[in-house]
Ligand binder design. Structure first.
Ligand code: CP
Length: 309
């Protein structure tokens, strides 16, 4: 069991078989995580550096837990409080960390392409934990894994991705992942937050969120990323919530249960109301739970180590 890639930089680079290998490995690790002792000794000779140049709650804790569950050693680096503020470059920073006998790098960066650039300059395997507006591969894997857990094979399943598509690395990775698995993808949101030429990716689009909800089996709702908007792209958060936000009344009006997902963090009352986020249709916390097994699988498969014990 191994992947066709040395690094996990994006879903774009993965074959369908890689995704299936990650899922079957994550299935095994999910069973490990149900045991009283939620740990395997697989990577006790491996050290992973979690290098975060951008804020994170879920991804960072999930990677750190995944490493601990695999018995790997891990070190955590945040750009805030580091020598980056003194002008140290990305490559110097990472090479200094690697010289302390670190085997693998998990990196989040606000610049799209930063992990791809780094991969050309270091030998260690890199896992992209989110780069700018480009990709967030482990998020897409845990999203598709969570859908598969509820719906079975995703071939032919109708998945809507709703919200700020333009600034979302989660949207792009989800589109690549779901298409490789044979799902139909529709994106929805305000015209200013849907990228021009989105059809070139092979997805349909609508500006009508209610139509998207009526069409889909799963609605993956995305955060409005105000921090990535240099100029406002809609007039107010209140107006966004009124015209594009999803609430429980809208879900009830469909008269069949669709799954509600969100990668987090949620802007409650903007893209998703609390009664929808906390409804029985929501699998948001299942996504977070599955993130640990998916990240264990990604780290384990890239490490090239032995079978699960
Ligand atoms: N989903 C996600 O990437 O969340 P964090 O930014 O908290 O890691």
């Amino acid at each position: 069991m191994s992947l066709s890639v040395k690094h996990l930089l994006g879903i774009k680079d993965l074959a369908k078989e890689d995704i299936q290998t990650i899922f079957s490995t994550a299935d095994n690790f999910k069973q490990v995580l149900q045991r009283p002792i939620k740990k395997v000794p697989s990577l006790r000779d491996t050290t992973v550096a979690n290098i975060f140049f951008e804020n994170s709650t879920r991804t960072r804790i999930s990677f750190e837990l995944a490493e601990k569950r695999l018995s790997a050693d891990s070190v955590n680096f945040s750009a805030a409080g580091s020598s980056v503020s003194k002008g140290e470059t990305l490559i110097d920073t990472v090479n200094n960390i690697l010289s302390m006998k670190v085997d693998m790098v998990v990196m989040r960066h606000s610049a799209s392409g930063a992990p791809h650039f780094l991969s050309q300059h270091i030998d260690a395997s890199i896992i992209n934990a989110g780069d700018g507006t480009n990709e967030h591969p482990t998020q897409a894997l845990l999203d598709a894994f969570s859908m598969r857990e509820k719906l079975g094979d995703l071939k032919g399943k109708k998945i809507a991705i709703i919200g700020d598509i333009l600034h979302s690395r989660v949207a792009l990775s989800n589109i690549y992942c779901l298409q490789k698995l044979g799902a139909e993808v529709l994106v929805a949101g305000p015209p200013t937050l849907i990228p021009k030429h989105i059809e070139a990716l092979g997805v349909a689009y609508t500006y009508d969120v209610k139509k998207a909800l009526a069409w889909c089996e799963v609605a993956n709702v995305l955060r409005i990323q105000l921090e990535r908007q240099n100029k406002p792209l809609f007039s107010s958060l209140r107006e966004y919530a009124l015209y594009y936000g999803i609430n429980k009344d809208m879900l009830d009006s469909i008269q069949r249960d669709i799954l509600i997902m969100h990668p987090g963090p949620i802007n409650r009352g903007v893209e998703l109301s609390s009664d929808a986020a906390d409804s029985k249709q929501s699998i948001i916390l299942n996504q977070v739970e599955n993130g640990v097994a998916i990240r264990m699988a990604a780290i384990y498969l890239l490490s090239g180590k032995a079978i699960i014990e």
